[in-house]
Design a binder for this molecule. Structure first.
Ligand code: BT5
Length: 272
């Protein structure tokens, strides 16, 4: 029963969020929900539309990295958003989505997910979800966001391709039982709407505090890669834009924004 494909009616009947998912489009197979949502947004599709696919064949993360999204095993979806805040605050949307998902996972599985800046949700140091936030300008040049989320739900640990078997996990692999994807998604959409409305109201502190509470890397030394250089520093804080404040070894503070494509957080410390 848990491997049954999701159909649009499953969601339309149960969704309680008023703004998020007011229109739902479901595919059995699609290249990338983010690419599809960006095309819709470009053609004027409004805030709240949810695009979900049961299988995603060309899913991608930042900088074109591949995202594995096998049929009926996880949640692979994108939501079009039109925030009322200025564009320099948009980075917070990725953080608020991670907080909303962490809360859903906490409620449904009683596990304690950890958040890794800027866009990963980890359980027991393995990645259970990735978030990809992309901005999009419609033909009349108004800005919207496409929030893409991949959540590993019912894969067994051995189902993951070799390349990510040590670093990825699913909710099922962690809880040892299968999870209803629709219930998970409905709960997440409810939490997402709550935090998104707080964001639009300018209540940024609530989002930043909720994110920081779940980040075990704050205050720790971490390493990042920028092009070919390694940057080592202490992850001191998140600023009001959701940027990482990194204290470099020479004492200077460097601010990294989530949208900055050059930075890859890596190193043992990031997963310990
Ligand atoms: C991300 O990128 O983590 C964002 C992933 C967003 C995927 C969603 S699915 C719906 C929507 N449509 C899309 O096309 N994308 C979004 P990044 O931080 O760049 O991480 C990518 C890295 O995660 C890869 O290089 C792999 O190492 C790893 N990875 C790939 N698939 C994974 C999976 N299913 N679970 C855990 N890790 C994975």
């Amino acid at each position: 029963m848990f491997n049954k494909p999701i159909v649009a009616e499953d969601l339309e009947k149960r969704v309680s969020a008023k703004l998020i998912a007011k229109r739902v489009v479901v595919f059995q197979t699609l290249g990338s929900t983010n690419d599809f949502a960006k095309r819709l947004a470009q053609n004027g599709e409004g805030c709240g539309t949810l695009i979900l696919t049961n299988e995603q064949t060309e899913g991608h993360g930042r900088q074109g990295r591949r995202w594995y999204a096998p049929a009926n095993a996880g949640l692979w979806f994108s939501i079009i958003l039109e925030p009322t805040q200025p564009t320099d605050m948009f980075g917070l949307v990725s953080l608020l989505a991670a907080v909303a998902l962490a809360k859903t996972i906490e409620r449904i599985t009683f596990l304690s997910p950890a958040l890794k800046w800027p866009n990963d949700v980890l359980i027991n140091s393995k990645k259970v979800s990735g978030i990809l936030l992309e901005s999009q300008f419609s033909n009349n040049r108004s800005a919207s966001l496409v929030l893409g989320i991949g959540i590993n739900v019912n894969q067994k640990q051995t189902d993951f391709p070799e390349e990510i078997r040590q670093t990825a996990t699913s909710l099922r692999a962690q809880t040892k039982h299968a999870i209803d994807r629709v219930s998970l998604l409905i709960d997440f959409l409810h939490n997402l709407e709550y935090f998104y409305l707080k964001f639009n109201d300018g209540n940024f502190g609530l989002i930043i505090d909720a994110w920081k509470e779940r980040c075990p890397f704050l205050g720790k030394d971490i390493s990042l890669q920028q092009n070919k250089d390694e940057i080592i520093g202490r992850f001191e804080n998140l600023d009001e834009y959701g940027r990482m404040a990194l204290r470099l070894q020479n004492g200077q503070m460097k601010y990294l924004s989530a949208g900055e494509p050059n930075f890859i957080q890596r190193g043992e410390q990031c997963y310990s």
